[in-house]
Design a protein around this ligand. Sequence first.
Ligand SMILES: Nc1ncnc2c1ncn2[C@@H]1O[C@H](COP(=O)(O)OP(=O)(O)OP(=O)(O)O)[C@@H](O)[C@H]1O
Ligand SMILES: [Mg+2]
Length: 487
Amino acid sequence: MVGRDEELSLLRAQFGFLPTGNRRVVFISGEAGIGKTALMDAFCREVKQSSASVAHGQCLQCVSGKEEYYPLMESLSQLCASADGELACRILARMAPAWLTKGRAPESSTAAHAEPQVRLLGELCAALEELAAAKPLVLVFEDLHWADDSTLDFISVMARRRAPTRVMVLASCRRRKGATGHPLEVVKQDLLVHRLAVEIALAPLAKAAVCQLVIKELQQESLPPGLTGFVYQRSEGNPLFVIAVLEHLIAERFLVRKGTDDTVGWEQNAPLPEMESGVPGELTRMIELEIERLTPEEQRILEAGSLMSVAFPAWAVAAALELDAADAEEACDELARRLYFVERAGQDELPDGTRSAFYVFAHGLYREVLYQRQPATRRAKRQIRIAERLGTLFAGREACVAREMAMHYEAAGDWQRASSALRVAARDAQQRRAYADAMELLEQSLTIAQNLSARESETVKREIQLELMETRRETAMKPRLWMNVSE
Ligand SMILES: Nc1ncnc2c1ncn2[C@@H]1O[C@H](COP(=O)(O)OP(=O)(O)OP(=O)(O)O)[C@@H](O)[C@H]1O
Ligand SMILES: [Mg+2]
């Protein structure tokens, strides 16, 4: 970490409130690549050493509906699987048993059942507070700008409770211009105004910090003259862009390694290039250049990976490109070994018992560039193949992956299958008595069905309307908790 001493001190000071039972909610905000995750990771490493428990929940960017409480459920599973997992499970089983249901959130709220959702959230908060009595607990939520409203409800409820506890909620979010009505902004502003949360807004790195970052990345103390100024100007102090500018200079041989043994180091090989201003465009071009240096087959593999929302499994790459699964995994492994922007992140067991490794891009911008560079028709074919493979893999329990299938079908413009996958998910939600969730899914399904031809859409829309009426009969939608609270 370079140049974030002040922000780390602020975080330490917030953490310092926990021993006296003062719960904390901290938002880390800033533009893409500014270093929110890097800062939170550095802080979490530190507090883990001081024996706090840390659990992470990642909010996902989804084309289709967002799964209620997804990041919260992820962090609960982490707590249960951690070294103190036994204690966490015991407390949850005793105080908030509804949250222990195989990675699935308890039924969502409705007007008729408003009490249960408030109660469920209250029970969960109480259980986490109890867990924090043994060790301070830091709940990290990444990319809160993609969070579902229920997760925001949780943060709001947790922030407002009064009992002394050693819980800290730490959440990263991108700052959005003019997004004042966005649910995250509403919740955040409300908590900030009531002094129930603090915000650490990350500014670009100062020139001296950019210099340190260049030294760290190139692993050499003395830099070619003018290099820091050039990188600072091009990156505007955004650390992700600093790294990308350096990669670009190396790849284009403006910087080359010269010397032998002890004297080996990076030297400037040619006058630094003229670049247009407008960093994001420039960054996109640099990422594109990196991709173009790969073989066509490697490019196709990464493009296929970009079709998944965050982590991409080898089986999905194989499905998208009609490859053998083992060959696809081997190719992904090779890329993860070679490229700094792809990492192997783990291995999953599939429902058919086979195992498949999964990978992540170092930054969402790589995924976006890889996604956008595919011609629409080719991308659509690939997404349909992934959705179909999901259907085959999860045959008999399609509801588990219906949203994901819908996302791929929707992106591919297969409105018929997108809308019916969402209806499968809605039926599943209804069976779980998660009526608000079911309504949302049906409404999305209805919106998607508008794209069908007039003849097709008429029947489908009528069916969905009936399903909506039936769900409505069961219950009416309840306004979000944070709306009640801020009134
Ligand atoms: N202060 C820093 N010192 C060194 N490296 C940093 C620093 N901040 C960020 N980086 C590096 O810059 C890259 C982008 O940072 P990071 O992923 O933390 O950004 P982010 O704000 O979380 O972006 P996003 O909004 O897309 O999630 C990463 O490779 C990270 O390691
Ligand atoms: Mg991040």
